[in-house]
Design a protein around this ligand. Structure first.
Ligand code: CP
Length: 307
């Protein structure tokens, strides 16, 4: 198979294992390319991509823009805070006005779950979800799984723990879909208030015991507490959250094996993870960021070939 089963990337739920493997194989080639002195290829020379961000981002926005530039695409960046959205323009009107300027692909981050599929159903351009509210963040899950594969090989049978604020996390849901499709065993861990009940039906284990989870897993993907999405209190204080669910270097050193430590960023140092754990030699946090460019190049390249 040499083409994706879809012309949009809305979520990992909607793509196949073969799609994921094709993205990884394509990203392997792009990773090799971007480590050469000449990092650019002409693959998307005739393509214009609009990066439309209605929410803050550092890694995803910069990484998509670099991926587009490495593929020789023309790019335009749109930040909602400085646009006519603040004057009341709708999402669809805004995007249709951008598309009128001959844009082929839209990479969008939006606070509303479902905003990307809403758009994909209504516009002719390819749509890539760069994070829609608490729903999915598919390219983050792809780069996370790609990074695990780089460390441990085939993911089938590997034990991956996702620890932290599962309730508000689009990264958690996309990771669960991606890891299960690749045959990994997945456990989510956090306080009962931060794990939605439906996770028990997704085919993952649910735990509230951080030490037992660290002893169980090969990889711990630690997630941020998303205070900006929390309208009520889910735990007494950040200090207590760290005391009961924070990952520290001394916890990692107490294990009888060396596990891989990941975090999608941004990190709240001293809350979900201590600085000495985030900066430890077991941490691959910056490799995740590096792999984000190659994985997003692969996604854009493969979607562009679907037209
Ligand atoms: N991981 C991630 O999505 O980071 P940003 O919010 O900085 O893009």
């Amino acid at each position: 198979m040499s083409s994706l089963s879809t012309r949009h990337l809305i979520g990992i739920k909607n793509i196949t294992e073969a799609d994921i493997q094709l993205i990884f194989e394509t990203a392997d080639n792009f990773k090799e390319l971007i480590n050469r002195p000449i990092k650019k290829v002409p693959s998307l020379r005739d393509i214009t991509v609009a990066n439309i961000f209605f929410e803050s981002s550092t890694r995803t926005r910069v990484s998509f823009e670099l991926a587009e530039k490495r593929l020789s695409a023309d790019t335009v960046n749109f930040a909602a805070s400085s646009s006519s959205v603040s004057k009341g323009e709708t999402l669809l009107d805004t995007v249709n006005n951008i598309l009128a300027m001959k844009v082929d692909m839209v990479v969008m981050r939006h606070p509303a779950p479902g905003a990307c599929v809403y758009l994909a159903d209504r516009i002719p351009a390819n749509v890539v979800n760069a994070g829609d509210g608490t729903h999915e963040h598919p390219t983050q899950a792809l780069l996370d799984a790609f990074s695990i594969r780089e460390q441990l090989g085939d993911l089938a049978g590997k034990k991956i723990a996702i620890i932290g604020d599962i309730l508000h996390s689009r990264v958690a849901l996309s990771n669960v879909f991606c890891l299960l499709k690749l045959g990994a065993k997945v456990r989510v861990c956090g306080p009962p208030t931060l794990i939605p009940k439906y996770y028990g039906d997704l085919g993952v284990e649910v735990s509230h015991d951080i030490m037992d989870t660290l002893r169980w897993c090969d990889v711990a993907n630690v997630l941020r507490i998303q205070l900006e999405r929390q309208d009520i209190k889910y735990f007494p204080s950040l200090r207590e959250y760290h005391q009961y669910y924070g990952v520290t270097k001394s916890m990692l050193e107490s294990l009888d094996k060396e596990i891989v430590v990941m975090h999608p960023g941004p990190i709240n140092r001293g809350v979900e993870i201590s600085s000495d754990a985030a900066d430890s030699k077991q941490s691959i946090i910056l490799q995740q960021v590096e792999n984000g460019v190659a994985v997003r190049m692969a996604v854009l390249y493969l979607l562009a070939s679907k037209g």
